[in-house]
Design a protein around this ligand. Structure first.
Ligand code: CLF
Ligand code: SF4
Length: 454
């Protein structure tokens, strides 16, 4: 593990079970136009569309950190990721980071950008000690990039087509090179766009790896309503298409599997945002933590995390595991969670499932599958046909899984999962422990003990 990312929930998969991040939506403008984006919504390259963020002034953002840090002791990272591009709003972005750094030097600062202005601001990043930067690189070939970017605003002029793509790619390469020189960790986000860059992402991985990027996050396309891609009728990839490309690219460099395509104002654990979810039981006990207590809590979490990693290393050493290929006897499990490393979500409220492959040596996260929540409160009970469709889609989305773990599930969904050959098991508790136990049980008893007889 990269020591600088030990508490970064995006750069370290283990850390996302223990540590939280918050985004400050201080950057409304953008200097390019991606065809999957509609500027009325958050930046799709680092967030999901559908909700307009409230844009904050730097002083308001400062107060938001002040509020959050005193009640969320696991907060380790503050990022700026939109709703436009942070470096198209340099005054707001750097003023906000400066205020935070002055008061909470212990917080790790993080930034996500399309890369157009990255090289121009490298000194600012260095001065403020911004240690983690994400650049969205969807293509390294200008012909392919021209199908993704509608226009680029550069040095007071607007460019379109291949000319625009060439400028953006050249500036991204220059920016990533500067990050390497300054030893700032660089994560690459790539939006997987079927029919445009799906067969090109391996080339992207090889290129950015050669440029010195640290990890690659391949995210399924989410199309903003009203965007050019929506008008063209494009659709995002399936879970298995995404997984296939992630697997291929993982031969080149580490691939991030636990990205939640967060909003530009997300706060909390990945998958359990307080800002977007509205309900957050992981933060049910609200009280104020002074800085020394926060640091003690984080040190303890770090200790627990490292102990888990050590156990895993011992287990895989003893059993000779560690291969990324599916082993005979491995069990695929979908988990409903709102973060914090726990099974703590009812099936009906889940908008995503973590999918793991569980071997004797331990679980391996394969990815996140987004769905529509089956139950949105009493209003949707008036639409049984709509609920039936959502359920069918969710079962299809998880059709390659053997087990579904959630903290609760209704009779009807439970029956449909069993009919599809997926065992719905109700559990609450720590994900890793419950995964191992459920898989052991499943291996021992076999499918027939759980699923409906034809
Ligand atoms: Fe935010 Fe991004 Fe920093 Fe993380 S998110 S700026 S690197 S602190 Fe993380 Fe969210 Fe995925 Fe981004 S899960 S969308 S990768
Ligand atoms: Fe939209 Fe983000 Fe692309 Fe800018 S970089 S056009 S905000 S998706």
């Amino acid at each position: 593990m990269e020591p600088r990312s030990i508490r970064h929930p995006c750069y370290s998969e283990d850390a996302h079970y223990y540590f939280a991040r918050m985004h400050l939506a201080v950057a409304p403008a953008c200097n390019i136009h991606c065809k999957y984006c509609n500027r009325k919504y958050d930046c799709v390259s680092e967030s999901r569309p559908g909700v307009v963020s409230q844009v904050l002034k730097p002083s308001e953002a400062y107060r938001k950190v002040q509020e959050t840090i005193s009640t969320l002791p696991q907060l380790s990272v503050v990022g700026i990721a939109g709703p436009g591009d942070p470096l198209a709003n340099p005054r707001q972005t750097f003023e906000t980071f400066s205020l935070i750094k002055e008061t909470w030097p212990e917080l790790e600062l993080c930034l996500s950008t399309n890369g157009l202005k990255l090289a121009d601001h490298i000194e600012d990043l260095e001065r403020l000690g911004i240690g983690h930067v994400t650049v969205t690189v969807n293509a390294v070939d200008p012909d392919i990039a021209a199908e993704i970017y509608d226009r680029v605003h550069w040095r007071g002029k607007t460019y379109r087509g291949k000319e625009a793509a060439e400028i953006l790619l050249e500036r991204q390469a220059a920016g990533i090179e500067e990050l390497r020189k300054k030893d700032i960790l660089c994560k690459i986000n790539s939006v997987l766009i079927p029919g445009v860059n799906d067969s090109h992402l391996l080339k992207v991985a090889e290129t950015v790896s050669a440029w010195g990027a640290f990890t690659h996050n391949i995210m399924p396309l989410i199309i903003s309503p009203g965007s050019p891609y929506e008008r063209e009728g494009r659709v995002g990839p399936s879970g298995s298409e995404t997984l296939k490309i992630q697997e291929a690219c993982s031969a080149v460099m580490p691939v991030m599997r636990h990205c939640r395509q967060c909003r530009a104002d997300a706060i909390g654990f990945l998958g359990g945002d307080t800002a977007s979810a509205g309900t957050q039981d992981t933060l049910a006990i609200r009280r104020t933590y002074p800085p020394e207590e926060r640091e003690a809590i984080q040190l303890e979490l770090e200790k627990q995390m490292l102990a888990k990693q050590e156990q895993r290393t011992l287990r895989s050493g003893a059993c000779g595991g560690g291969s990324s290929k599916r082993q005979p006897g491995s069990v695929k499990v979908a988990v409903a969670t709102r973060g914090n490393g726990k099974i703590n979500l009812h099936f009906g409220h889940a908008k995503e499932f973590l999918v793991y492959e569980v071997e004797e040596t331990g679980p391996r996260l394969l990815g996140v599958r987004k769905v529509q929540a089956y139950c949105n409160g009493t209003a949707d009970c008036a639409d049984p046909a709509g609920k039936g469709r959502i359920l069918e889609e969710t079962v299809a989305m998880l059709s390659d899984c053997d087990i579904l773990l959630s903290s609760g599930i209704g009779e009807n969904p439970s029956r449909l999962f069993r009919e599809a050959g997926i065992a719905p098991i109700v559990k609450k508790g720590e994900i890793e422990k419950e995964l191992m136990e459920a898989a052991r049980f499943y291996r021992y008893l076999g499918t027939s003990a759980f699923v409906a007889k034809p």
